[in-house]
Design a protein around this ligand. Structure first.
Ligand code: NOJ
Length: 560
């Protein structure tokens, strides 16, 4: 296995709108990020993934870009950006930008031109089709509900948008468009940024016949995903991007890839493929999805989680590379989802961190995860801001697919705004995030859960993450060791080993609020064991052959 810096790094994701507001307008900004650079240094992370900061009308909080080379007014100026980049680099922190090129905003100059007439030279930079029998060109449903096709009266054609109608899909079949995107990417890399996280990058190549998708029972629209996920030319496009851009720089790249399997991930990340370094897969995030997708919010089993994680750990063991994450700006807070955000918030947040950070791959921490921030439950739908949540609430309740109560319960459990409430810095008003009125309300638990408090408590979740990061730097087996699952059928304990040559680590995590007995399976030979980290105080010389694991307890041993 090749050893390289981006495999040994820990990434921290910043969602700028919710991180730190420096000018009192209630919206986080770039100067706010710069002001917190020392905090990130203290945590010990190596790379920042910055969610989009480009010019945008904010239909989807910056994932709808109207100019790829300008900074959003709400966030500041290009000068602010350059200062932030310097501040990061001075501290040895790299910066990865969000590349959103499956679609742009409908307010991008390219789209304005494309829409202006059928013979505009940029018409073909987006995906335009005439109607079929007086209806949309295909029956596909958009991620934010409704059809993926929007009719344009001016030119009597439809354009494709896999997300909102203000996010028209770019036409990657057009070589001039691709060239323009590569030029833009080179411009950012020349400026000194260190890589890209690529938004839904496995959606950029479509089946250009646009066949109808299967319609599930009781549904109005069809599922187009077989025709746009991992599409026919995807690897050709990424290899071209690699040749024209990425191969010229020492970067870190991660492609967001919903619906990808480990076999496909190898094609994206294999060492001789010249595409990407790693992908974000979604199988573990989809646990509990049902007929209404995540809004069904069904229960999940630990054995299912283990199956998914193990499939990925083993699948990319020989070639390719994993990203490791529990959280991002689209997912609920992990301590609320897979842990216990009440009585055992601290213990379970540390346990979850242990379970993930000891795996093979590059770990990603989402802002606030390192202090154990939790989901939020706003009383009214009016307090929510996310386009996905608002559209789903409207459609599912108006079509009587879910009641308002059911839908609110699902939003509490799975809605994206859980991750987007402002970062909780201290116990002052609005958690110290802003001196103005925040664009979305702060989680009311900010007096209990905040950075200031975490930094003042040696036993805090923050310092636990700091230690996990440090351990990764000191133990090659944490980065490169092979993963092997133990106790496959256990519904309480997630245990595994990591092996690199002579080095062996044993990781034991109790995922429940009940104590449970861990018995070391036969076949694991060792002379002595050294405790590397744990979330409870443990007496010296404790045997590891049989351990009474406390609620949400986690331990990592080095076996000699
Ligand atoms: C994935 C992003 O993470 C999400 O926030 C966004 O809404 C969609 N892609 C569309 O860009």
């Amino acid at each position: 296995m090749n050893q390289t810096w981006w495999k040994e790094s820990v990434v921290y994701q910043i969602y700028p709108r919710s991180f730190m507001d420096s000018n009192g307008d209630g919206i986080g900004d770039i100067k706010g990020i710069t002001s917190r650079m020392d905090y990130l240094k203290e945590l010990g992370i190596d790379v920042i993934w910055l969610s989009p900061v480009f010019k945008s009308p904010n239909d989807d909080n910056g994932y709808d870009i109207s100019d790829y080379q300008k900074i959003m007014d709400d966030f500041g100026t290009m000068e602010d950006f350059d200062e932030m980049l310097d501040a990061a680099h001075q501290r040895g922190i790299k910066l990865m930008m969000d590349l959103v090129v499956n679609h742009s905003s409908d307010e991008h100059q390219w789209f304005i031109e494309s829409k202006s007439s059928k013979d505009n030279e940029k018409r073909d930079w987006y995906i335009w089709k005439p109607g079929k029998d007086g209806k949309e060109p295909s029956n596909w449903e958009a991620a934010f509900k409704g059809s993926v096709w929007e009719y344009d009266e001016g030119t009597d054609e439809y354009y494709l948008h896999l997300f909102s109608k203000k996010q028209p899909d770019l036409n990657w079949e057009n070589p001039r468009l691709r060239k323009e995107i590569y030029k833009m990417m080179n411009w950012w890399l020349e400026k000194g940024i260190d890589g890209f996280r690529m938004d839904v990058i496995n959606f950029i190549s479509k089946d250009t016949d646009y066949p109808d998708g299967k319609v599930a029972e009781g549904k109005k629209y069809g599922d187009g995903s077989p025709y746009f996920m991992n599409g026919p030319r995807i690897h050709e496009f990424l290899q071209e991007m690699n040749k024209e851009v990425l191969s010229k720089y020492d970067t870190i790249t991660v492609g967001e890839a919903p619906g990808v399997t480990p076999e496909e991930a190898k094609l994206y990340t294999g060492s001789d493929r010249n595409e990407l370094h790693m992908v974000f897969q979604f199988e573990h995030m989809g646990l509990g999805d049902g007929p209404e997708g995540k809004w069904s919010n069904l229960s999940w089993k630990l054995t299912d989680l283990k199956k998914v994680m193990t499939r990925w750990q083993k699948g990319l063991e020989e070639d390719g590379w994993n990203s490791l994450y529990w959280n991002n700006h689209d997912q609920p807070r992990v301590v609320s989802r897979f842990g216990n955000d009440k009585e055992y918030r601290v213990e379970s947040a540390k346990m979850l961190a242990t379970c993930l950070h000891m795996m093979q791959g590059t770990p990603y921490i989402y802002q606030g995860e390192e202090i154990g921030m939790t989901n939020v439950q706003f009383d009214s739908i009016d307090q929510y801001r996310d386009i996905e949540t608002l559209n789903a609430f409207k459609e599912l309740t108006s079509e009587n697919r879910m009641s308002e109560e059911e839908m609110m319960a699902s939003i509490y459990a799975r809605g994206r705004d859980n991750a987007r409430t402002p970062m909780q810095w201290n116990a002052e008003e609005h958690g110290g995030f802003t001196e103005g009125t925040p664009w979305i309300e702060v989680n009311p638990n900010y007096k209990e859960i905040n950075v200031e408090k975490a930094l003042g408590d040696q036993e805090s979740i923050f310092y636990y993450y700091q230690k996990l990061i440090k351990l990764r730097k000191e133990n090659k087996a944490i980065v490169y060791g092979n993963y092997d699952l133990l106790l496959e059928d256990d519904e309480q304990i997630y245990a595994y080993t990591r092996t690199l040559g002579e080095e062996k680590l044993l990781i034991i995590c109790n995922f429940t609020k009940d104590s449970t007995l861990f018995t070391l399976p036969s076949g694991i030979e060792y002379n002595s064991s050294e405790l590397l980290i744990s979330n409870y105080a443990i007496g010296e010389g404790t045997s590891i052959d049989s351990i009474e694991m406390k609620p949400f307890e986690a331990r990592v041993y080095k076996l000699n």
